[in-house]
Design a protein around this ligand. Structure first.
Ligand SMILES: *Cc1c(COP(=O)(O)O)cnc(C)c1O
Ligand SMILES: [Zn+2]
Length: 430
């Protein structure tokens, strides 16, 4: 139970987990290899039902899990016979309790458990998006210290649903003039401290296997893997995760032999992976695939999908996931996404986040371009229910505990203000 090792499928090494993020020998993505070849469902809270295939020994009491259901409204709208939706967000009648309203809430719990089990006393990340909110929420539930480093302008995105933010969240904002690269720089300095764990991005197996739960839940509900998997991507980590989950389901033997085709969507005008894939390239060429990136990003419907350095060409990354599954990329205009959002909301009865609307638009585009209507399709609604939760629960902003002038501020003073290491000692009693 809970047994796993890490392995690098690209050079064949097996690696003992010390919250390891990289293979020493090659640069490929390492994977968790689980003792259980066949998935058995556990009676544990939320996503921990899929404990067998999560890289942790323990678990925490978090209610969030994806909810898979068979669509009627949107399916009828599009003429699809077998459309399934993986809903990640807040929708109480459906049993959906990811209160920060995105599938980043599948990433935070196993990442925190994994970090804690390998000597982590706090987690640090540079993000003011859905990831930061998910980690802040899980920190509030568990008391595990999470340090968020963000440019001032992003701080308003960090809120806790339904209760006051916990003491263990330390929000550090950076004065005007600092951007995300500055936040990343400062968070990297902090992560070098003893006991401080970086979130790890796509290289973190807990992040990927947490997100992969959407595919597992769908396959269990459908009693087979879907033919197609639609998702909007910025980094593509969720796409890689869906592919890896499908590889395990194939190995299991009870969910079919054929891997779902990944159908991944980006939001124009910033669509580097779409452009590289369409040109048949394994590598993103910045001059061709994201000329004037800053301007393009400012013109997107949703900049959540705007990663400039995605794990695309890396071994085991998005390119390999698309190639191995016979996948396809889609590019969605702002107008298409806005129209798709309305179609989904009117036909399914729940609000969705802009990135999820990009996935819906990709499905609509595929249908128009001749997708066989008898195929079984899984649509990942990666975020939703925000309008809904705002009406039902309080949205409590996390206040910054410190504002710094730049990425090179002295760490000592900063750590005193956030109460480290005393903070971390308290968390040891968890
Ligand atoms: C992060 C995020 C995405 C993109 O996920 P990746 O697979 O990591 O690119 C899509 N939708 C929502 C709501 C997100 O928060
Ligand atoms: Zn390797």
């Amino acid at each position: 139970m809970g047994a796993y090792t890490l392995e690098c499928p690209w050079c064949g090494r097996s690696i003992t987990d010390h919250y390891t993020l990289r293979c020493d020998t090659c640069d490929g993505l390492i994977r968790a290899k689980y003792g259980a070849r066949q998935l058995s469902l556990k009676s544990l809270p939320g996503m921990w039902r899929y404990y067998d295939w999560l890289p942790a020994k323990g678990y925490i009491d978090t209610p969030g899990k994806p909810i898979t259901y068979k669509s009627e409204g949107l399916a009828k709208e599009l003429g699809l016979k077998d459309l399934y939706i993986s809903f990640n967000g807040y929708w109480p009648e459906m049993g959906a309790h990811m209160d920060t309203c995105s599938f980043k809430e599948l990433e935070a719990p196993p990442t925190i458990v994994r970090a804690r089990e390998h000597g982590g006393r706090a987690m640090v990340l540079a993000s003011a998006g859905n990831t930061a909110r998910a980690f802040a929420h899980i920190s509030t539930i568990t008391g595990f210290p999470v340090i968020l480093v963000v440019p001032e302008t992003g701080a308003h995105n960090i809120w806790i649903p339904g209760r006051e933010p916990g003491d263990a969240i330390k929000l550090i904002t950076m004065e005007k003039g600092n951007d995300y690269s500055d936040a990343i720089k400062l968070s990297e300095r902090i992560s070098a401290l003893n006991g401080m764990m970086p979130e790890g991005g796509a290289r973190n197996v807990a992040r990927r296997d947490g997100m992969g739960v959407a595919m597992l839940d769908a396959a269990v509900f459908m009693k087979r893997m879907p033919d197609d998997y639609f998702q909007a991507i910025g980094s593509g980590t969720g796409g890689i995760a869906a592919w890896e989950a499908a590889l395990r389901l194939r190995e299991d033997g009870r969910f079919g032999e054929r891997l779902p085709r990944l159908r991944l969507a980006q939001n124009l005008p910033f669509a580097p992976m779409y452009r590289a894939w369409k040109a048949g390239r394994r590598d993103i060429v910045p001059e061709l695939d994201m000329p004037d990136a800053k301007k393009q990003i400012s013109e997107m419907y949703t900049d959540i999908l705007s990663n400039r350095n995605p794990p695309y060409g890396i071994k085991g990354g998005v390119y390999d996931a698309l190639a191995d599954t016979g996948g396809e990329m889609y590019a969605i205009t702002n107008d298409e996404a806005i129209a798709a959002k309305k179609v989904f909301e009117d036909s399914e009865g729940i609000d969705i986040l802009p990135p999820a609307a990009v996935a819906v638009a990709a499905l609509m585009q595929a249908c128009e371009n001749g997708l066989d209507k008898r195929r079984s399709v899984l649509l990942n609604i990666t975020g939703g229910g925000f309008e809904r939760i705002k009406k039902e629960k309080s949205i409590n902003k996390v206040e910054p505990c410190l504002k710094v002038s730049g990425p090179d501020v002295p760490l000592d003073d900063m750590l005193k203000v956030i109460g480290w290491p005393a903070l971390s000692e308290k968390s040891l009693t968890l």
